[in-house]
Design a protein around this ligand. Structure first.
Ligand SMILES: [Mg+2]
Length: 232
């Protein structure tokens, strides 16, 4: 078995809370829109808009804010006071300043690995927002490289693990998203480790890989340490 050399970590909902802020903002959005639209219809419409817009705006808070505004206008056929749009934008803007608190055990895990492995933060989202969160988390000192990418695909993982190490075969990717973190990393030739989060975004779901030789799932991030020690 080739010795492990580089370890990639997803950021949102792997190192710190993220999706719960989207859920809180979505609830606030439904509240603001309650006089104009049925909640269920609004949220369904929002999810469809988000799915469409991800291909256009990429992942992140700003695209989500535009999706909320577009949905509000579409579902009311444009019959919506501008001050509601202003409140929706303010609710979205709050997501760009929320506090960033790493999950229990995250800092100790990174600290245990940083001397022996090349640690790479690999995340999607808005560049400015992701940099802010990393800075606010206090975790940037443990990483050898930060990669903020527009999508997480097998070629992207191959490129990152070649740039910062000796290729995907000696690398591992750890994250809460089967679709973005685990499955494409395994397809690239790396290990893929799933650490599920409490809040799951619909677009992150994916079946377990057919070949499980390089696939593992753990309940909490610190539980990866014995596996890493075993691989070497
Ligand atoms: Mg994530």
């Amino acid at each position: 078995m080739p010795r492990l050399e580089a370890i990639g970590f997803d950021a949102d909902d792997t190192l710190w809370h993220h999706e719960r802020y989207f859920e809180q903002t979505t609830a606030r959005y439904a509240e603001l829109m309650a006089p104009y639209a049925d909640s269920k219809a609004l949220i369904d419409h929002l999810h469809a808009t988000e799915k469409r817009n991800v291909k256009r705006y990429g992942f992140g808070v700003k695209g989500f804010m535009l999706s909320m505004v577009e949905t509000a206008i579409e579902i009311t056929s444009g019959n919506l006071p501008a001050n509601v749009i202003k409140d929706v934008l303010a609710a979205g803007g709050d997501m760009l300043v929320h506090p960033v608190e790493p999950f229990p055990g995250v800092e100790a895990t990174l600290s245990a690995l940083t001397a022996d492995y090349t640690l790479i933060l690999i995340t999607r989202g808005d560049l400015f927002d992701q940099e802010r969160k990393l800075e606010a988390s206090g975790l940037s000192k443990y990483f050898d490289a930060i990669e903020i990418v527009s999508d997480k695909t097998p070629p992207v993982y191959r490129r990152i693990f070649s740039r910062h190490g000796e290729g995907a075969s000696r690398a591992m990717m750890i994250g809460n998203s089967m679709r973005a973190d685990v499955v494409p990393a395994i397809e690239a030739g790396a290990w893929g480790v799933h650490v599920p989060s409490d809040h799951v975004w619909a677009l992150d779901l994916h079946d377990d890989p057919a070949d499980t030789s390089r696939f593992r799932r753990f309940g909490k991030l610190p539980e990866i340490l014995p596996l890493i020690a075993e691989i070497g």
